[in-house]
Design a protein. Structure first.
Length: 287
């Protein structure tokens, strides 16, 4: 199949504009899609082998954070950018595959989760077309979210990915990333069996842990975050690194407020998440 060929029927393809195929991929060998939800194959040269044959058991969701789909696909599929993803989900719900699932796409960068620091080797990377925080950060269209859910459900089934290992880029790289961000509807995914979620505890007035606090309570919170999987210092100091992790946690699990202050709502939501994990779902990660 030629690079960039649509896999949709004629009637379906007429409803969508033709995808921009980067010139650099014109001569790349294509491949069979791993998912029946894929509408187009645009191969990227940016991938390698998974370290020590590691089989992926994690999904990492990103937003592209670029002004348009053309620029995003060009970046993900052009040699030398050193960036790629297995899948790209467009705003209209179309799904493009760029890297075979068996290969190691370059999407996570410097990151860690549950003690592992080669997230690219253990995960499937999905880029979601969205301009992101630097370009106005629009809402995610319902059709796009439905496509993300369908794609993730298939990957979870094929790869035996546990719900609690469907994560955001900001979860695995809290010091660097915000995506997919506080507008991403994690609760909707969880309602369809994708990802781990509990109803956030209500935000109420009360004592909070915040930047500069040094206490056993801070250490207990750090240990709880690490048990869930976050790469966080275990030193009892509410330092900048800890604040970044708390902010990432809030963007994902308590998006009504993501100020990096560990209030009662944040701590209670964290405990509820831990309590609802399967026995094999907790770990102790340190940094």
């Amino acid at each position: 199949m030629p690079s960039g060929l649509s896999m949709q029927s004629g009637s379906d393809s007429k409803r969508h504009r033709v995808l921009p195929v980067p010139k650099a991929v014109a001569n790349l060998r294509t491949f069979e899609p791993d998912s029946s939800t894929v509408s187009d194959i645009i191969p990227s040269p940016n991938f390698g082998e998974r370290n020590k044959g590691r089989q992926p058991d994690m999904i990492v969701l990103h937003y592209t954070g670029m002004p348009d789909v053309e620029g995003a696909l060009a970046r993900l599929c052009t040699a030398g950018t050193e960036v790629s993803a297995h899948y790209v989900v467009l705003e209209d719900g179309r799904i493009v595959q760029c890297v075979p699932e068996a290969k190691r796409a370059w999407h996570a960068g410097v990151s860690s989760w549950a003690g592992e620091d080669d997230i690219n080797s253990c995960s499937i990377g999905i880029e979601i077309i969205n301009r992101g925080h630097d370009w106005g950060y629009p809402e995610y269209p319902l059709r796009q979210i439905a496509a993300v859910i369908a794609l993730c459900r298939g990957i979870m089934l094929r790869r035996k990915v546990p719900a609690h290992r469907v994560l955001g880029h900001s979860d695995v790289a809290p010091a660097r990333k915000k995506d997919p961000g506080e507008k991403f509807p994690w609760h909707s995914l969880a309602n369809s069996g994708v990802g781990h979620w509990v109803t956030p505890a209500p935000i109420v007035r009360g004592e909070s842990l915040m930047l500069g606090t040094i206490s056993d309570a801070v250490l207990s919170m750090q240990q709880a975050l690490a048990k869930y999987g976050y790469g966080v210092p275990l030193n009892g100091k509410y330092d900048a690194a800890t604040m970044e992790v708390v902010t990432a946690f809030q963007r994902h699990f308590r998006p009504a407020r993501f100020d990096g202050v560990a209030d009662h709502s944040t701590l209670s939501t964290l405990q509820a998440l831990l309590a609802s994990l399967p026995p094999e779902g907790t770990t102790v990660a340190s940094k």
